[in-house]
Design a protein. Structure first.
Ligand SMILES: Cc1cc2nc3c(=O)[nH]c(=O)nc-3n(C[C@H](O)[C@H](O)[C@H](O)COP(=O)(O)OP(=O)(O)OC[C@H]3O[C@@H](n4cnc5c(N)ncnc54)[C@H](O)[C@@H]3O)c2cc1C
Length: 555
């Protein structure tokens, strides 16, 4: 432990306060000062969408700790309205400005934490600086939007960007009775998801009255004397809007670090080693201003999340007070709620994994979150991605109304620990009818992927099925569900052979054809596939996620 060491921290939301508090827990003697240019500290930005809609009415609940708390509990000095203007590493001091008085002073440090966070991206387009354009980041930014809504009573709002903040804001604007349109440059919502998973979210948004304008970026904002009244898209569409929420992402605040000669990484965030030390010894960086690395690939990534910021802050606190704790990297695990859906992802999507050159196996698993006979549950989708070479799970995306958070976190844990696909079935998860099915959907997903990787019971995605239609080989698609289900809707071109009759009818099928089986979600389709494989058919595929998945994407 260092005695009487002088620690300075820049930024006092998640990462800065975590670093300072951990340093104090480890060392009574360190002198710790946090500089914060804002007046709010240690707040929960994550609660802001619900604060805007008055679901959370008490501002204090989002800012539970103030300067006095840090002094009394931790003997940490937090100087709010104090902006750090410059870091001089050679002399180990900061130039700080007291924003209340305008005066500047020098603050010496022996160890420094840069926790300057990130800022919302506001594109340099006409109208972006209008008073009714709201990036949501700080408590004050949410205060401004809240006040605007109260005073102006807008009928219609546009959200530019459909990441998790855009999604959460959409739900909360609708809660306020505001007609909401989302403008998104990508061809899907939530661009961090695979497009087939995003379809579930798009459907749910539309069901909840949100208009979607996808595949069309923001070009300009038309203004009059009151501010923006129209959003202009790249394709020239003119969308009326009484206000705009700018939610196209964040950029790390690195200017201070860069001007001090600290290296910036390839993601644009501050480069750190595995101990979260920057390129200058004794200066650490944590949270949204710092680069992370992927626990799967080892490559630098940028994960601006409160969960990561808190973890990094704690590790910095440890390492400033004598420990050598490694940051093990992240999976970008995230979850958000939009209306009645929970949407989570951890690790690589199929698109990312293919882009990185992995030989990918993919499974869509649509299952009830609990025993269907027990009231209150619903079906949800798991899409999991595995590496054919190593048998490792690379990532999972989970979307549904119940039980999503639990499955996501099991996936995150298993992926972190490098559990092989074939071992997922063996994870001893808890079961009772209100909570799960006897084989939990997570273990089921492991079974499906293990079958694909090891048994050769191949899955075919709806996209791949549609591509095969124009191939050279004959293609036979077999619906093995009941006559009623087949009559109510089927995959285009599918013939009907109910599972119970398949063994008697295998002679009708062309052994040279590609045969695709399906049921509603995959289980009976897999049973049919096994019958055909056991009868010597060589090229048999089961539709990943069954008819439900095909219908969501192609129906
Ligand atoms: C609406 C919303 C919802 C979110 N929901 C979630 C969620 O559900 N889950 C999740 O994991 N994450 C969520 N996040 C992200 C999460 O809030 C951030 O990842 C987290 O706040 C990052 O903390 P930080 O301390 O690194 O940076 P910041 O929160 O950006 O704090 C940095 C601080 O540094 C100060 N600062 C910067 N430069 C200086 C300077 N030169 N001198 C003095 N002070 C300075 C800034 O004023 C700021 O207060 C959400 C964010 C928003 C906006």
């Amino acid at each position: 432990m260092e005695d009487q060491i002088q620690i300075a921290v820049i930024g006092s939301v998640a990462a800065g306060t975590s670093a300072a508090a951990k340093a104090r827990r480890n060392s009574e003697s360190a002198r710790i000062t946090i500089f914060e240019k804002d007046t709010d500290i240690s707040y929960s930005a994550c609660g802001l969408p619900y604060y805007v809609s008055d679901m959370i009415t008490d501002r204090k609940l989002l800012t539970p700790r103030d300067v006095d708390f840090f002094k009394e509990r931790y003997n940490i000095d937090v100087l709010t309205s104090h902006e750090v203007l410059q870091i001089t590493p050679e002399e180990k001091h900061l130039k700080v400005q007291n924003q209340a008085t305008g005066q500047t002073f020098q603050q010496p440090y022996e160890l420094l934490v840069i926790a300057t966070g990130a800022s919302p991206i506001v594109p340099p387009i006409p109208g972006a600086d209008a008073p009714n354009v709201f990036p949501i980041r700080t408590i004050k930014s949410a205060d401004s939007l809240k006040l605007f809504i109260k005073q102006s009573k807008p009928a219609r709002g546009a959200i530019v960007g459909s990441g998790f903040i855009g999604m959460e804001m959409a739900e909360n604007l609708v809660r306020l009775g505001i007609q909401t349109v989302i403008v998104e440059k990508a061809a899907q919502v939530v661009p961090s998801l695979d497009a087939d998973v995003a379809k579930w979210v798009e459907k749910h948004l539309i069901e909840n009255g949100v208009e979607l304008l996808l595949g069309d970026g923001l070009a300009a904002l038309n203004t009059n004397e009151s501010g923006v009244y129209q959003v202009i898209t790249e394709s020239g569409k003119m969308i009326p809007a009484d206000f705009v929420i700018m939610a196209i992402g964040v950029k790390p605040n690195v200017a201070l670090a860069r001007s001090a000669g600290i290296a910036i990484g390839e993601t644009g965030a501050i480069k750190v080693d595995k101990y979260l030390e920057t390129s200058i010894k004794g200066i650490y960086a944590a949270g949204d201003c710092a680069e992370s690395f992927s626990r799967i690939t080892g490559r630098p990534v940028y994960y601006p999340q409160g969960s990561t910021a808190n973890k990094m802050g704690r590790i910095v606190g440890q390492n400033m007070t004598g420990a050598r704790e490694e940051f093990l990297g992240g999976l970008g695990t995230r979850i958000f709620k939009v209306f009645d859906l929970a949407v989570g992802q951890s690790g690589l999507t199929e698109r990312e994994a293919r882009g990185l050159g992995y030989e990918v196996a993919v499974a869509h698993n649509i299952k009830p979150n609990q025993q269907p006979y027990y009231p209150g549950g619903s079906e949800f989708l798991i899409k999991a991605v595995a590496d054919r070479q190593t048998g490792n799970m690379l990532g999972a995306q989970v979307v549904g109304s119940h039980g999503v958070d639990k499955r996501l976190d099991v996936f995150a844990t298993g992926i972190s620990l490098g559990i092989k696909v074939k071992e997922w079935f063996q994870i001893d998860l808890g079961y009772a009818p209100p909570y799960s099915t006897t084989k939990d959907p997570v273990t089921y997903t492991g079974m499906i992927l293990a079958n694909e990787l090891e048994r050769g019971t191949h899955l075919i995605t709806p996209d791949e099925l549609e591509r095969r239609r124009s191939g050279d080989r004959p293609l036979v698609i077999i619906d093995v569900r009941s006559p009623e289900e087949y009559a109510a809707g089927r995959v285009t071109g599918a013939i009907h052979i109910p599972l119970a009759t398949l063994r008697q009818r295998v002679g009708e099928l062309d052994p040279e054809a590609d045969i695709v089986t399906y049921c509603n979600a995959g289980t009976s389709g897999n049973a049919a596939q096994n019958i055909l494989l056991n009868n010597g058919f060589k090229s048999v595929y089961n539709i990943s996620g069954g008819y439900k998945n095909w219908k969501m994407l192609k129906g």
